[in-house]
Design a binder for this molecule. Structure first.
Ligand SMILES: [Fe+2]
Ligand SMILES: [Fe+2]
Length: 187
């Protein structure tokens, strides 16, 4: 396995796990939104369909890069369902705060990855870019529907929880990977 292949495989593992987490968050929010914010269901269902497609696309790029899904997928399932349920039960503003926090955190990781893949793995880069466009739509939707910053504390807690989930599911590899993807890292 070359160095580039191994970094690509690790990017795919983190992203695939993250998409699984997003699926669990939106699924739990859909369950709660039926009672708390039924008018949010069309957006939540559409976002869930996007996340399922993202997970499948990252999974499909794994074999050619000797990549495998992370073994700690259950962490994403538990963490994602927890975040989704808590925000869903708290209602519409909390759901939007959750979407914004999770998607912004994911975004930062994708930006680093796009920069790293640009001269090394065009297929992976174009997949990440296409997915990032849909993640941007999710952020835009959340931002445009929020009425205030009532759940700033929740947003910050969720951003930290998302980073912790990414870190835990990769057993710390996300930190090393971020360092390797940094623009001034030695390559
Ligand atoms: Fe996604
Ligand atoms: Fe998303």
């Amino acid at each position: 396995m070359t160095w580039n292949t191994s970094v690509a495989a690790r990017i795919l593992r983190v992203n695939h796990g993250g998409e699984h987490g997003a699926i669990c968050i939106y699924s739990a929010q859909i369950a709660a939104a039926r009672f708390r914010a039924p008018d949010f269901l069309p957006f939540l269902n559409e976002a869930l369909a996007h996340e399922r497609d993202h997970r499948a696309r990252f999974r499909s790029l794994m074999p050619s890069r000797q990549g495998k899904p992370c073994r700690m997928m259950w962490i994403w399932a538990v963490g994602g369902a927890g975040l989704g349920l808590i925000s869903g039960v708290l209602g519409r503003e909390a759901i939007l705060a959750c979407t914004e926090a999770v998607e912004r955190t994911v975004h930062r990781h994708l930006d680093d990855q796009i920069r790293w893949t640009s001269s090394r793995d065009h297929e992976l880069r174009s997949t990440i870019e296409a997915i990032q466009i849909e993640e941007q739509e999710h952020i835009r939707h959340a931002v445009s529907h929020r009425r205030g910053r009532d759940f700033a504390w929740l947003e910050s807690a969720i951003a930290h929880a998302t980073e912790a989930l990414i870190w835990l599911s990769t057993r710390g590899d996300s930190t090393r990977l971020a360092r390797q993807l940094a623009p001034d890292a030695a390559v």
